[in-house]
Design a protein around this ligand. Sequence first.
Ligand code: BG6
Length: 491
Amino acid sequence: MSETPQSADLIVFGGTGDLSMRKLFPALYHCDRDGRLAPETRIIAMSRGGLDDADFRGKVDAEVRGSVPVDDLDTWQRFLDRLHHVSVDIGGEDTTGWAKLTALLAGHEQRSRVFYLASPPMTFGPFCRELHRAGLVTPASRVVLEKPLGRDLPSAQRINDEVGAIFDEEQIYRIDHYLGKETVQNLLVLRFANAFLEPIWNSLWIDHVQITVAETVGTPGRRGYYDHAGALRDMVQNHLLQLLCLVAMEPPSRNDRESIRDEKVKVLESLRAITGGEVDRFTVRGQYTAGESGGVQVPGYLDEPDNTAPTDASHRVETFAAIRAEVKNWRWAGVPFYLRTGKRMPNRYSEIVVQFKDVPHSIFPGSTPNRLVLRLQPSEGIKLHIMAKEPGAGEVALKPVPLSLSFAETFTTRVPEAYERLLMDVLTGNPTLFMRRDEVAAAWRWIDPILGAWESYGTAPEPYPAGSSGPAGAHELVSRSDRAWHEEYPA
Ligand code: BG6
């Protein structure tokens, strides 16, 4: 990465939306505060909002300032001064917005130009065509595609074709913000910068792997999106599968853009397909009902406040999914990868648990197998649970104790938000942590049969009360083979 930040124009479509306000602008402010944005860099928000620059800066001031550490007002003002707003008539007759954007960008063709599409996926193709028609796509341009990239393989291919007709593959950055999380980065370092793990990182030593992304939030106000997405498309197709890839991939030959992505694709292509009636044995889906979460009574999914009333799709959509996946290759033959994600769970945490096998021959009663826990959030860290002898004379008593690394305690520097790293990677042109077209396709290829079987078998998701750890089926999924979910919280 270059030391001196290069000037850039970052054009954000969906620039007044939830993602922009909650994630992108706070992340950009942090980058600015740390001196990682060149003085001339501009951030241009595009929306239907009908705002001018002053209105937009006022909106960001009101909605973002409270969520970031503003230690001096000059820095905050410098950030606000970078912001511009262009109202655009999406798919309409009025072209004044495009003309205004063209005028703003004119004369800055040498800067790196990033079009960030934080808008619904059906707008990706039309926006790219419009940018091309207006002559705004320069050789130094890049486009960022927010998830979800389609709702199945054919729709993802269509979007990729449409965007690919305007931008070369090297210019396309498909974002999965989980790849920007600090502990996810650390997983690569843990595996490939330490020699001791590799010899035991396989089916000879590992019994199974668990990947959990649990959220306490529900989906108020998101029905329009969530009814048609559900946990499988929203979380598993991207975030959880990416984590699985990083755990299961072979050591890449280099830490560069293609080597890592090549290895991830191989993992996705090795996933054993789950088809037809197998969904009953290998997958579980649930939908939360009313319950107590975070000490307050919350409504069920169907009663979440929203502008639209629940439909048939709302009754069928899953807010929780658990899957027993298998990676069919030499390293992982016979090792289940249990994936689990849900809304309105008792605690918000994401973690990867690598459960080792028991010792081949135990000479002590009460020993339990080792377990490596990588906590992605909150309290990022790594714990290796090992057996130790409890102090004392007499009978040897064993106790599992954690060798624990807390990032907050070990490194005093602030842990950056995933979007900070990823935005800087886009601005500097590093696509390593972004998904390549074949990766997205391979992920959908595995997800589609599950979605298809869920639809054709017509079973409804299992209800689970908000604040519980998911439907009973999720526990059966693991207990069937005498295993249990790792439920240690807080870490
Ligand atoms: C997003 C999903 O991609 O990730 C949301 O659309 C989810 O439904 C979010 O809440 C979780 O991200 P994080 O970083 O808070 O774990």
